[in-house]
Design a protein around this ligand. Structure first.
Ligand SMILES: C[S@@+](CC[C@H](N)C(=O)[O-])C[C@H]1O[C@@H](n2cnc3c(N)ncnc32)[C@H](O)[C@@H]1O
Length: 280
């Protein structure tokens, strides 16, 4: 791969996905795209760069090859504990029995299934309108997510009470299949965080975890400002363990470990007092 090839790939990835590919990721890019070269019987990266310009359909494979999809059930468990111990008890007191959660970079689905299991566990048998929107840029991961079948060792993180109830063993115990009660709560859809968002909201919670790290500050600012508009004033935004909204947005209060709420949500008296003092 020549420097010119890498520069081309780098700027195309940035333009289409917002993903920043620094020089240190050259090796990763090489190995991920080599599979496409082999598949297309191309001899070098310059040929691949020409191919992608001539063949718009290749873009989807290019993007799918470059995304990093690492995820797990109940990954960063503190968010799920917070949902169960702090958020759900509040929701249960609501007169409005409608809840909307968006998993905005859902990868192979473990995140939205974890959310849906919690909602099903706490609200089943009661008349609630519950929906989880699960979106990702990568069409390959979305296909896997919508099937809802996973290797059984991937559910080791799943609390027993959820595994027994919502993950049915198949293939002689080698796989598990998510039960339809949780599956039907989730709506999987392809969506580029850089592109059009057809949803109107408002969402009660937005999960945007472990994807902001791939973007530069300008892209992060735009996405977070759009989240603010779609999030209910009483809502929650969960981001990944190595991500922060410091220097990205002043529209949110940090209320827990990588947990944010829109300013003015009314629950955080301490933050509000601090702001009033700062404004004196
Ligand atoms: C590391 S995974 C995170 C999965 C999950 N949120 C978690 O924390 O376990 C990052 C996901 O972001 C997706 N992604 C990358 N760029 C994106 C974009 N521009 N729009 C939507 N999704 C994107 C990737 O396809 C990938 O599945």
């Amino acid at each position: 791969m020549t420097q010119a090839d890498f520069d081309f790939i780098q700027s195309l990835a940035y333009e289409k996905t917002g993903i920043v590919l620094p020089e240190r990721k050259k090796h990763m890019v090489y190995s991920r795209l080599s599979r496409r070269l082999r598949h297309l019987n191309l001899g070098n990266f310059s040929q691949y760069c020409s191919h992608i310009q001539r063949t718009p359909d290749e873009m989807i494979n290019f993007v799918n090859a470059l995304t990093t999809n690492l995820t797990a059930f109940f990954r960063e468990e503190h968010h799920f504990k917070y949902l169960e111990s702090k958020v759900i008890p509040k929701w249960k007191k609501n007169k409005n029995r409608r809840l909307r959660v968006w998993s905005s970079a859902c990868s192979t689905g473990e995140e939205p299934y974890s959310i849906a299991m919690i909602l099903e566990q706490h609200f089943s048998g009661v008349e609630w309108d519950l929906k989880v929107l699960a979106t990702d840029l990568d069409t390959d991961v979305l296909s896997k997510a919508s099937i809802g079948s996973y290797a059984s060792d991937s559910v080791t993180n799943l609390p027993r009470r959820y595994a027994d109830k919502y993950a049915r063993q198949t293939d002689n115990g080698q796989k598990v299949q998510m039960r339809s009660s949780v599956q039907k709560m989730i709506h999987f859809k392809q969506l580029n965080l850089l592109g059009e968002w057809p949803m109107k909201g408002p969402f009660d919670v937005i999960f945007c975890r472990n994807v902001l790290i791939y973007f530069d500050n300008e892209t992060k600012k735009k996405i977070i400002a759009r989240f603010r508009k779609l999030l209910s004033p009483q809502g929650y935004l969960f981001i990944g363990h190595s991500e922060t909204l410091t220097h990205i947005s002043e529209d949110f209060d940090l209320i827990g470990q990588t947990i944010y709420r829109p300013i003015g949500h009314g629950d955080n008296k301490l933050q509000q007092t601090k702001r009033s003092v700062a404004n004196l």
